[in-house]
Ligand binder design. Structure first.
Ligand code: NDP
Length: 305
């Protein structure tokens, strides 16, 4: 079977172009959607994520603010900052970059963001709305994946969907979104028995585990659509060769950077078995940022309704 690579980058560009058109229309009415990204500490990956998010905001004509706080910020100090952003008229979306340092009560902080400005979709009110199906703001990664499945015309109604990973950020909201589209959903985790057999039932298989290349060919049904959410950094040359093969251009990338990214799905195994697969990088990652922009726009439109 020929396996298609689902181009997340291309779909993310389409979503961003659509957002930019709506932003321009709002600006003509004197409204500029605004996103505030709050970063506590100096976590290198988080710094890159926040920089990319604010840069994308600016590219789409949105207002953006980066609030960088020292690693020893307390829960009380962060609550005060969130409170001022909740009251700011320039800000439609508030993003608290995770992970937060250990001394901070994450849940208290996430719950303090106004649900109307919760563009990550993590607030219990927004999670509740997602459960009922009456939602505006839902988590960006699963929303981006849904957008891709729809734009690629992957049949959802009655499809067997298996999700591996039950996090609040990815797995659980992914299950709800697929359920709302009438898929038959199975949500797996570390205690699932005979995981390969459960995964082989899937017409749509979503891997959100955080374990490099765990989903090998024996987890995949012929003709399945495989969505790889995982982002794992591999730093061993022998592992890179084993995963990608000696001829792969990844060997050169690895030689230059000392590491390379691999998803939760084996980078070569699905080819010839699955109908379609998302690459890492260039699959789900770009869709997450694009949907954050869309959520900021949606939050702005809802606030000015
Ligand atoms: P979490 O660590 O919060 O959750 C991982 C899930 O995988 C858990 O439910 C865990 O089960 C399950 N799991 C772990 N090991 C196994 C196993 N051996 N068999 C079956 N299930 C297992 O991860 P996240 O959901 O936050 O992230 C998952 C991956 O996706 C990571 O690589 C992360 O970097 C990436 N990610 C990518 C994004 C993107 O934009 N592309 C956005 C968000 C995340 P249990 O609950 O039983 O412990």
């Amino acid at each position: 079977m020929e396996t298609a690579r689902l181009d997340g980058k291309k779909i993310a560009e389409q979503i961003k172009d659509e957002v930019a058109i709506e932003v321009a229309a709002l600006q003509a009415k004197g409204i500029t959607p605004g996103l505030a990204a709050v970063l506590v500490g100096e976590h290198p990956a988080s710094q890159v994520y926040v920089r990319n998010k604010t840069k994308t905001c600016q590219q789409l004509g949105m207002h953006s603010e980066q609030i960088k706080l020292s690693p020893d910020t307390t829960t009380e100090q962060l609550l005060e900052i969130v409170d001022s952003l909740n009251r700011s008229d320039d800000i439609d979306g508030i993003l608290i970059q995770l992970p937060l340092p250990d001394q901070i009560d994450d849940q208290l902080i996430l719950n303090s963001v106004l649900p109307e400005k919760d563009v990550d979709g993590f607030h219990p009110v927004n999670i509740g709305r997602l459960v009922t199906g009456d939602y505006i703001l839902a988590p960006c990664t699963p929303m981006g994946i849904m957008e891709m499945l729809k734009r690629e015309s992957i049949p959802l109604k009655g499809a067997e969907a298996v999700i591996v990973g039950r996090s609040t950020i990815v797995g659980k909201p992914m299950a709800l979104l697929l359920l709302h589209e009438h898929a038959t959903v199975t949500l797996c985790h570390s205690r699932t028995k005979d995981l390969p057999a459960v995964c082989r039932r899937a017409d749509i298989l979503v891997a959100a585990i955080g374990r490099p290349a765990m989903i090998t060919g024996d987890y995949i049904k012929e003709g399945a659509t495989v969505i790889d959410v995982g982002i794992n950094r591999v730093e061993s040359e022998s592992q890179v060769i084993e995963l990608f093969g000696e001829e792969s251009p990844r060997i050169a990338t690895f030689a230059k950077r000392g590491s390379t990214l691999v998803g939760d799905v084996h980078p070569r195994d699905p080819y010839g078995i699955a109908a379609a697969v998302t690459p890492v990088p260039g699959g789900v990652g770009p869709l997450t940022i694009a949907h954050l922009m869309k959520n900021t726009l949606l939050a702005c439109k809802a606030r000015h309704h």
